[in-house]
Design a protein around this ligand. Sequence first.
Ligand SMILES: [Zn+2]
Length: 292
Amino acid sequence: MVAVMKMFGDLHIHMILDGVYYRAAIDAQRDKPRDDLIRARLSDYQARGITFLRDGGDAWGVSLRAKALAGEYGIDYRSPAFPIYLRGHYGAFIGRGFSDLSGYRALLAEVSACGGDFVKLMISGLIDFSRPDTLTEEGLPPETIREAVKAAHDMGFAVMVHANGDRPVNAALDAGVESVEHGAYLSEETLARMAETRTLWVPTLSTVGNLIGSGRFPDAVLRPLLAQQQEKVKFVASRGGRIGLGSDAGAFRVLHGQAAEDEYAYLTQALGAQTDAVLQEAEQYAKRTFKR
Ligand SMILES: [Zn+2]
């Protein structure tokens, strides 16, 4: 028998997505989570020696079902139930929306009632891969971000934010979020602040790197962006910041299981000899933090 090596966990996955086409993947589980699909993915993680997963959530209960089954595969699985977004902003394809603070509080109560481990908030747009230095939107008003994070904290939840760009990330840091996901196009000032506060940064380099050569977006945008993000990862680590391995598995060309290895390779290019020590510390932090 071949010994299974202990791998780092993946701190950012979407069990519902398949790395191929999000609409079809969601349609497959829209009526009801599919145990056959979920078990196949959990079993693959197990075979790779991955024992810790943190899901970004979905509106159809797939990540919660995965959490319920994960113990059978020796996997410690954390779920926010569903990601929460402000209506009119990014997140409608996978999350549940609110229009005002009372609607938001009702969603928090639901996360609590269905056993969510933490809160996932969408506070910015996406990288626009078709052109350099561009996001699909500016993101939520800083005041809304601060209020939303505070309300989640008041209920005893840690908060994971999907965030790109200086303005949303700074508002998130003001509010004391526990992790920043993606974090594209951040200034040196914001990066230094993230390091200083030791906020977990999960840069999801696979979502950029794995697109190279796909033909969907210009490699002339993707290659410099990956290199730039790797430089920033190196910078934050050099300031004593906290960098976590999270691939965004399920996103386009980011395949469950395999993506943890892809992400590890991208992070190693950035962090060199200190990679394992940095990732290890971040994983321990995530394990003790992203639960109620
Ligand atoms: Zn994600």
